[in-house]
Structure formats: structure tokens, C-alpha cells
Design a protein around this ligand. Sequence first.
Ligand code: SF4
Length: 282
Amino acid sequence: MLKLPVDFTFNQSNLQDFLECPRRFYLGHVRRLLWPNREMSSESANQRRLQLGKTFHHLAQQKALGIADEKIQRQVATQSLEIQSWWQTFSEWWENSVNRDLNGDRYAETILTTGLSGSRLVAKYDLLVIHPEGDVTIFDWKTVTHPIPTKYLSQHVQSRVYPFVFSRAYAALLSGRKIAPEQVTMVYWFTADPFHPQRLTYHSRQYEVDEDYLIHLLTDILQRTDKDFPLTTNEKHCAHCVYRTYCDRRVSDKDEENRLDENDNPPLVFPEDWEQVSEINY
Ligand code: SF4
């Protein structure tokens, strides 16, 4: 049986690591092995995008908390043109949505947790909006270079974990009140397509499927031994992994270009800057 660090919790980030590569999950989250990133020509560009994403999330958080626009705008003015452009369209979308999707009580950067398979499953939400009629919209800001079609988004473990944890933990957020899965919608908002957010509506059947799926997934991980975390057979997942040299998975810049060219058929290999905000800092 696997021995996890005492402060370990499951979240969409480490579950996605496991699904993409069991070895990455083991090295990163069980052994917590620090390993220097191999330099590639594309690496600094990726790091820059990650930093842009973090900056954008920080600004969006302030907006959701109700900090005055002038104050945020002063910060935006010191940022790159890319951030300024993102912020302009984000602000326009916000104004257009304030009486609809954003109408209600807003909770920014909220962490909710639920027990599952004897472990804790945690989700960190960019923005939760509890509408006057009781429905809820979960927003997730994405600064990836291309929007991901709904059919692929629905297969990502984040799209299972976020509404599932919310549906379970809602009572703790609002003093005992319950919510039906049908009242929960998850919205991915993309800087690359700001006026066409992708919506995934949750429902009871999906909740049951997700519960079953997540129980099996966590049980599978917990029942493994240290030797049961093989390297992925899909080497596309190695392209931006910090353990490339550790695993002796050499990825050429050409491989990387081919990977990024797959946007017409987005793969189930999600962009490396899919998560701009770490879920590990709890
Ligand atoms: S380099 Fe590849 S095989 Fe090794 S941990 Fe990373 S994704 Fe897995």
C-alpha cells in the first residue's frame, strides 16, 4: 500500500499527473523529488506564459473581490502588452456578464474539500458565483494559447473534480444548504476567445459517474506499491516534464513543435500552462 506524505491531498493537478504519467505522479507528489529542468529553446517561452497566467489570475482575483477598477488598472499599466490586451477583453466580458453569469454572491480563490476513499480531495476555484435563484457557476480562467473545445474539456479530470467537490462541499460553504448537481455549471473562460466561454452543465447522473470514477482512481493509486508507477508510454507527455533527464526521455524541439501543432485535434495532452495557479500551495 502506498505511503503518501502526511500533508498529501488529492487534487485535479496531481490526478492529471497520474493519468498522464504514473511515474510523474510518484516522483512529484510521493517522493517530491526536485529535479533541474533541462534547458530547451522553448522553455523560457513556456515559463513566461506561466508567469503571465499567474499575473492574470492575480488581477482577476482582485476584480472578483471588488477592488476598484482604477486601482487594478494602475497595476495593469505596468504589465506587458499581452496582459493589457487580456485585461481589456476580460473587463469588457465582465461588464457584459455582470447582470447574467456574474450576477450573485461571488467567492474568489475559494478552496473546498471533501473526503473520498479515506483521503481528501481538494479543489481551488478561481471564482464561484451563487446566483439569486440558487444556481451556481464555477469559473476557471485559462490563458492557454488556444481555447479547448468542450468535447475535450469534458474529458479533463478538472471538469470532473471541480463540480463534484463543489456539489459535495457546498453545504459547508453555505451553512448546511444543499444543492442539486443540475444547479451547477462550470465555465472555462479563455483569454484566447473571451466572448465564447465554454460551459459544462452538471447533472445527477454525471455526479454518480464521477463519484464512481474518482473512487476507483483514488483506490487504484492508494493500492499501488512504490514499484507500480511506470513511465508513460505516450512520450508527448514528457515534452515539458521536469523529469525528462531523470527518465532519460529526450524530447527534441522538433517533437515539441509537432506537439504544439496538434491544436486541430487537441489530443488529451493539455497545454503545459493549463494550470497557471498551483493547487499545491495549501
Ligand atoms: S519524463 Fe516522461 S516518463 Fe518521466 S516522469 Fe516525466 S512524463 Fe513521465
